[in-house]
Design a protein around this ligand. Structure first.
Ligand code: ADP
Ligand code: MG
Length: 239
């Protein structure tokens, strides 16, 4: 079986400034991978290149074994959830969920079916007629995730989706996202700078530092066998 996502010597430069320095990584189908590392280490840049929102300066990106470097975002089978949910304020929750599908000209009945299913999965059915401003932070985040689900992507990308939520809600949403992934079985890449999120959610953790991969492994591998003090510090291993 082909790998779901493969980065081969991926480099990113902004002008003269190289920020990703030749990253190699393979992600298997259905795997929940967490990118973790300090602010500015390149987590979002990697995610945006995988999504196609940012061009790759050098190297190759493969999805399901096919080279994606020049493929447009909408043709990659990927949906991304951001930290700022950016819901359309004047539209109902239903319309927020349906809008992208309407733009893609899906049949009305298919749109209704997908919105209903996403609303059921996320338990936001009672909220479908509300406007975003009538929702709590956690409810808004669910709607943002719903917008990704209705697209029925092969791959979910999350960029620090919980960092605007308070601690209690973060814990709750963490559990929900993990359950969602188990239920849908999608390949997922989840970016966070939060060690606890990384340790509790990941099948595989990728520790990044200054645009390079410092170490890749299952949470307990990294915890028990950190390669160096940086990884140990980040994962919270005893020193
Ligand atoms: P993270 O998500 O891990 O906090 P980013 O991927 O946002 O890190 O950023 C990685 C590096 O790339 C940082 O040094 C950042 O300043 C730089 N960077 C990100 N986007 C741009 C841009 N559009 N132009 C120039 N530099 C950028
Ligand atoms: Mg970021």
């Amino acid at each position: 079986m082909a790998t779901a996502v493969e980065l081969q010597n991926v480099v990113k430069s902004y002008g003269n400034l190289q920020v990703i320095h030749g990253v190699n990584l393979t992600i298997d189908p259905g795997e929940f991978t967490v990118f973790v590392g300090p602010s500015g280490c390149g987590k979002s840049t990697l995610l945006r290149m995988i999504a196609g929102l940012e061009a790759i300066s050098d190297g190759d990106l493969l999805i399901d074994g096919e080279r994606m470097n020049a493929v447009t975002p909408s043709e990659r089978g990927i949906a991304m959830v951001f930290q700022s949910y950016a819901l359309y304020p004047h539209m109902s929750v239903y319309k927020n969920l349906a809008f992208g599908l309407e733009t893609a000209r899906l049949p009305r009945a298919e749109i209704a079916k997908r919105v209903q299913r996403a609303a059921e999965i996320l338990q936001i059915e009672p909220l479908l007629n509300r406007k975003p401003k009538q929702l709590s932070g956690g409810q808004r985040q669910r709607v943002a995730i719903g917008r990704a689900i209705v697209r029925e992507p092969k791959i979910f990308l999350f960029d620090e989706p919980l960092s605007n939520l308070d601690a209690e809600l973060r814990v709750q949403m963490r559990v929900e996202i993990a359950k969602l992934q188990q239920r849908l079985g999608n390949t997922t890449i989840y970016v966070t700078h939060d060690q606890v999120e990384a340790m509790t959610m990941a099948d595989k953790i990728v520790v990044l530092r200054d645009g390079r991969i410092e170490q890749v492994g299952a949470p307990l591998d990294l915890y028990n066998h950190p390669r160096n003090l940086f990884v140990a510090g980040f994962i919270g291993s005893p020193k």
